[in-house]
Write a protein that binds this ligand. Structure first.
Ligand code: CTP
Length: 433
């Protein structure tokens, strides 16, 4: 229906008041300053698809800075201007963010460079974009509010489920679009249009990804890790020989593929079995999986290339150092005390614990990890240093040793009450002679 409909005012009206009013207000301000303003890109794509997306990018034909000043004034909002680029960000009181840019014509002086920019029409501005489905705009001025601007067949491709570039050199000028094409394909269950895919393959084969900075590659890669269907994305990256090009350290062995393919299902299964419902960091979880079969040296190298945060890096290296040992120590049918399970797993993040379960194919191992998460992880002794002091023990390193003995006894189920713990402490405190 969106195909036949040239005006999307109805769909805009159905948006949350806040979003709708901002769009209407932006149109009024555009009228006041005598310029045309449009909302563009992902917002329009998702509005037509019926997918929630409140990232408002506004393109103004003319002085976007002047427009953004008026918009900020109207909302008494915070304004950041980038005069050199003719772009601005308006941040409203409730942190709602509006990006404003001047419609521009862009061209590239050489492959993979940053573009040279000059003022242009909305048609120019839409033409410099990545894919037809992202090249649509909606007019905001009062006259024509809600009208779709679709010069390049965006609605047709949305309907057909196709990711299509607008001009042959698109991937050469901006190779990060190859990542974006894959991301959109998998997110919407679309396909790259045939010629588009050929251009992507040609660009990859030409080695163009080697010319893109790590920062830009990482940015795209981490955007991928935020999507739902990470396995499908990685598979596609492997098939198009992108992974090999950008992160040769990642080798999708058969085992790793299986792990990735089953990750979501395993995750759901595990989540059902554990009682603590802290939210998992999916990015970290998938990084752990991807690094799981890597040598320590390679992992260090890749984590630097990926510019991982200190926290991620240390989680990953801790995991690589310990996973084999933990897996072997906690597998098998021999009896292992709760205290030993606790000691083996304490201090590990929920993400590491989950990935360990995914790596193991032993029920016994998984049961132990679940026991740890559900019943052992949060157990603490009731007695403290204060009790030791009152029992006449001189403060010192001995305290930790004694309290750990109580913890061991408690984890193993032999102490129920505070009093039990006290009695036990009294028994193990070394007698002064
Ligand atoms: N764009 C582009 N080329 C790029 C990145 C972005 O042409 N390499 C254009 C597209 O028109 C896109 C718009 O800039 O729609 C906004 O980019 P971004 O916010 O990154 O993407 P969205 O399309 O909003 O996608 P997402 O839903 O992932 O945020």
């Amino acid at each position: 229906s969106a195909l036949r409909n040239h005006n999307l005012a109805d769909k805009i009206n159905a948006l949350p008041e806040r979003v709708k009013n901002i769009l209407i207000e932006a149109g009024k301000i555009a009228d006041d300053v005598g310029l045309n303003a449009y909302v563009v890109g992902g917002f329009v794509r998702d509005l037509i698809l019926g997918v929630e997306n409140f990232d408002i990018d506004i393109v103004v034909e003319g002085d976007a800075l002047m427009f953004s000043e008026k918009l900020a004034q109207h909302y008494q909002a915070h304004l950041t201007k980038h005069d050199r680029f003719g772009t601005a960000v308006v941040v409203l009181e409730d942190d709602f963010k509006i990006d404003v840019v001047t419609a521009r014509k862009e061209y590239y002086e050489y492959p993979a460079s940053l573009p040279v920019v000059e003022g242009g029409t909305i048609k120019d501005d839409l033409f410099r974009r990545d894919f037809t489905i992202n090249s649509m705009a909606i007019k905001l001025n009062k006259s024509g509010f809600g009208n779709i601007v679709d010069f390049y067949g965006g609605r047709r491709d949305l309907q057909m489920g196709l990711i299509r570039i607008l001009y042959n050199l698109s991937f050469v000028e901006d190779p990060t679009r190859i990542f974006r094409a894959i991301r959109f394909e998998q997110r919407y269950d679309f396909k790259m249009e045939e010629k588009t895919e050929e251009f992507a393959i040609k660009a990859i084969e030409s080695g163009i990804l080697g010319k893109v900075s790590h920062e830009r590659i990482n940015f795209e890669f981490f955007a991928m890790l935020k999507e739902n269907n990470i396995w499908a994305i990685l598979k596609r990256m492997e098939d198009l020989r992108i992974l090999k090009n950008v992160y040769p350290e990642v080798v999708l062995s058969e085992d790793l593929k299986k792990l990735l393919k089953n990750a979501e299902e395993n995750l759901a299964c595990l989540k059902e079995k554990v009682s603590v419902q802290e939210s998992l960091d999916r990015t970290l979880l998938y990084l752990l999986i991807l690094y799981s079969n890597m040598s320590f040296e390679k992992a260090v190298k890749l984590s630097e290339k990926m510019r991982l945060s200190k926290e991620y890096k240390s989680e990953i290296l801790k995991f690589i150092e310990a996973n084999d040992i933990i897996l072997s120590n906690l597998s098998g049918n021999i009896d292992i005390s709760n205290y030993d399970v606790y000691n083996e797993l304490k201090g590990l993040s929920m993400e590491i614990l989950f990935v360990l379960c995914m790596l193991s194919n032993e029920k016994k191992f998984i049961d132990r990890v679940i026991l740890y998460i559900n019943n052992l992880k949060n157990i603490k002794t009731c007695v403290t240093g204060k009790d030791l002091k009152e029992l006449g023990v001189k403060p010192g390193p001995e305290y930790a040793v004694l309290l750990d003995k109580v913890l061991a006894e408690k984890l193993n189920g032999n102490l129920q009450t505070y009093n039990d713990e006290l009695e036990f402490l009294k028994k193990i405190i070394p007698k002064k002679i």
